[in-house]
Design a protein around this ligand. Structure first.
Ligand SMILES: C[S@@+](CC[C@H](N)C(=O)[O-])C[C@H]1O[C@@H](n2cnc3c(N)ncnc32)[C@H](O)[C@@H]1O
Length: 279
């Protein structure tokens, strides 16, 4: 089986499908290993299909899906199709969510758990991923009936790619996975966004558990990787903090429409793409 066009298997907050062409235009023509420490839905990696890559995310369930697809994509497809045999309504959704949470509690990171994660992403409100203090998934049903929850060809292609290219899949903090970055490697950072504030004196930068200190830590890492000779690209909201943290690097503004936000007024905005090299 060859490569067909691949895309994310989940709808993910901050998913990069919209910015894809702009990001693609800025990926260097030549690089060693591709690093993506905040892989999320993986839109850019699945578009670029690097032959050697190291990807990571702190979301253990998401990483389990990548790992299961790498080793047994057919079992993941079978798991989703089995759940799809029953039409979806609120009661069924809650039943599946309970089963998913049982697996999370028991740490059962298998193909069924990956199938549940993909299915739930399709049927939960806005494709959100949110857990409570105990780590249990608590997003409500999206109240939509839908037919098949997956594109089997897409999942098989992703599985084929992950297996046949040299892709290492880790579940670690972004700083840790970058320890092995060498001169000539390419790193793409798409961290949780810095929130766009309505008031100038708004100072709470924490969103999705990613704090101001994490953004500073990321900017410091960006500078270290730059000094080490890596090519580094980063995307974020177009907010003042970004200009402070990345002063001296190339910062470009780009327009995007954000579909994942339920609030229509927040669906359009400006983002930045920062690089430490000439495009
Ligand atoms: C904006 S999303 C990435 C979106 C992705 N580029 C896409 O196309 O879907 C940010 C990701 O960072 C992950 N994350 C949050 N904190 C992290 C950390 N300290 N280290 C690594 N990943 C982290 C989240 O789980 C989330 O999947």
């Amino acid at each position: 089986m060859g490569f067909t066009k691949m895309g994310p298997f989940v709808k993910w907050a901050g998913g990069k499908t919209q910015l894809l062409e702009k990001l693609h235009d800025r990926v260097p023509n030549k690089y060693g290993t591709y690093y993506e420490p905040f892989i999320g839905g993986g839109a850019l990696m699945l578009h670029e299909r690097p032959q050697s890559a190291i990807i990571s995310d702190v979301n253990e369930q998401l990483i389990n899906v990548y790992r299961q697809l790498q080793t047994e994509p057919r079992s993941v497809i079978r798991a989703v199709n089995k759940i799809d045999e029953h039409p979806c309504d609120k009661e069924y959704y809650l039943q599946m969510r309970e089963e998913y949470n049982r697996k999370i509690s028991n740490h059962e990171l298998d193909a069924e758990c990956a199938g549940l994660m993909i299915w739930i992403n399709k049927h939960c409100f806005n494709g959100l991923y949110r857990v409570n203090g105990k780590g249990l998934f608590n997003v409500p049903y999206n109240n939509k009936q839908s037919g098949k929850s997956i594109d089997e060809v897409n999942l098989m292609s992703i599985g084929y790619y992950l297996k046949n290219a040299k892709v290492e899949i880790l579940c670690q903090d972004f700083e840790e996975i970058c320890q092995g970055v060498k001169s000539g490697d390419f790193v793409y950072f798409d961290s949780p966004y810095i929130p766009v504030s309505k008031t100038a004196d708004f100072t709470d930068y924490t969103k999705d558990g990613f704090s101001y200190e994490d953004h500073v830590r990321l900017a410091e890492l960006f500078k270290r990787l730059d000094s080490a000779g890596a090519k580094v690209m980063l995307s974020n909201h177009d907010v003042p903090l970004v200009y402070e943290l990345y002063q001296g690097f190339r910062i470009e503004n780009v327009d995007v429409k954000r579909f994942i936000n339920s609030d229509a007024s927040k669906r359009e905005g400006k983002e930045v793409i920062i690089t430490n090299y000439e495009v």
